[in-house]
Write a protein that binds this ligand. Structure first.
Ligand code: SF4
Ligand code: SF4
Length: 381
């Protein structure tokens, strides 16, 4: 028997699904959702169940957790019903009711205990420094720092991403940015805990970070991760926030980096948290095009219609069921352009797409690199 519960609709609206009643069931969201291609997640159906107050139909629906919070559906919604916000609201309610699937529970517990999604000991957060060939000042060593470089979880702990981190360190050092890092005192920004519906954990992380920022007089934050960038810029209050790529582009324009030709065809994958969340589409392309010898080609779906890599909202630690996964669709699209490099500007995209390129057997055709790595290659190799 189907139990209709109007209070459920109201609860969801309070949790962020304010626009859910605007939906007139056109189905655009389901048609474009990269997860629905795998016949797993149908956002329209969830939106409709919520409108009707069919609580029992959805609280245990594990496929809801596959939603990446990528906002692609929101781009095509003719009523601005914000289906992706509705999915987050639904997750919030599920978290409150203790209905999280095991991999999301682990993801959230890892952040709670170790302040990173992988659950690696938090004392290892600054271990990447050992691989760097320049001095990386911590806030205590450079109390007059102008910019706090918030390194972020992936760029601190995940081995492939730390290869990018040491290159960022070298570039920031060489272009003369007055920065410092928090080292082991850095926490998790909370962006993805929030997208996985753990609002309480997000607030706790935010409070903790703000306390540390106050302790060291932080006013300006630079970060490479679009996830950290999004939350510091839009959800914390009162900080000037910039991307590492902004400093790099500025340095290139001022001739501070001596770039040699690379002679390579590159396609760029828009990160959801740079593109749809923050409208940053041009900057990564401008950096790429300022490297001599780079020929930039676009994928079929680009800019605001770019397909998510599949790593959002806690899914960076999950396993997608089936072979039709967002990252694999994206890897094929990238290879179809004939590019030799699939450039990214996000550590999650780097991990997801590198795995997808291998899974699709495309690694002899295309290689995934962070834009920073291309700049580094051009400047130093
Ligand atoms: S936010 Fe992305 S993954 Fe979630 S329902 Fe919308 S299109 Fe699908
Ligand atoms: S695209 Fe918007 S209006 Fe259409 S079904 Fe999805 S939420 Fe409803």
């Amino acid at each position: 028997m189907v139990v209709v519960n109007p209070k459920f609709t109201e609860e969801l609206m309070e949790f962020g699904a304010e626009k859910v009643m605007e939906c007139f069931n056109c189905g655009n969201c389901t048609a474009i959702c990269p997860v629905s291609t795998n016949e797993h997640l149908f956002p329209r159906r969830f939106v409709r169940y919520i409108q009707l107050g069919l609580k029992d139909k959805i609280l245990d629906a594990e496929e809801a957790w596959l939603c990446l919070a990528c906002r692609l559906c929101a781009e095509l919604c003719p009523r601005d019903a914000r289906p992706s916000d509705t999915m987050i609201a639904l997750k919030r309610l599920s978290v409150e009711n203790g209905r999280t699937p095991p991999y999301i529970r682990d993801f959230l517990q890892n952040i709670t205990k170790q302040r990173n999604p992988w659950g690696i000991g938090k004392f290892k957060r600054d271990n990447w420094i050992k691989k760097a060939d320049v001095e990386i000042p911590r806030v205590k060593e450079n109390p007059e720092f102008e910019w706090l470089w918030f390194v972020g979880c992936a760029n601190s702990f995940e081995s492939r991403s730390t290869e990018v981190t040491v290159k960022i360190a070298k570039i920031l050092n060489d272009i003369g940015l007055n920065f410092a890092i928090l080292g082991r005192e850095e926490g998790c920004c909370g962006n993805d805990a929030r997208r996985a519906g753990e609002e309480g954990l997000f607030e706790l992380l935010m409070e903790e970070n703000i306390k540390i920022f106050e302790k060291y007089g932080v006013e300006r934050i630079v970060t490479h991760s679009p996830h950290c960038y999004n939350t510091f810029k839009n959800e914390y209050n009162g900080y000037e926030v910039k991307l590492v790529l902004e400093f790099i582009y500025d340095a290139i324009k001022k001739g501070k980096l001596n770039l040699k030709p690379l002679d390579v065809k590159v396609t760029y994958h828009d990160s959801c948290f740079l593109g749809r969340y923050n409208g940053i589409y041009d900057l990564p392309r401008e950096v790429l095009e300022s490297i001599p010898g780079v020929e930039l080609v676009e994928m079929k779906n680009n800019r605001k219609l770019s397909i998510c890599c599949g790593g959002g909202a806690g899914n960076i630690v999950g396993e997608y069921p089936g072979e039709i996964q967002p990252a694999r669709i994206r890897a094929r699209e990238a290879a179809e352009t004939g590019a030799e490099v699939l450039a990214v500007a996000c550590p999650f995209c780097l991990l997801m797409l590198e795995d997808a390129v291998k899974a699709e057997g495309l690694d002899d055709k295309i290689v995934v690199k962070d834009i920073v790595e291309l700049v580094y290659e051009s400047a130093y190799e």
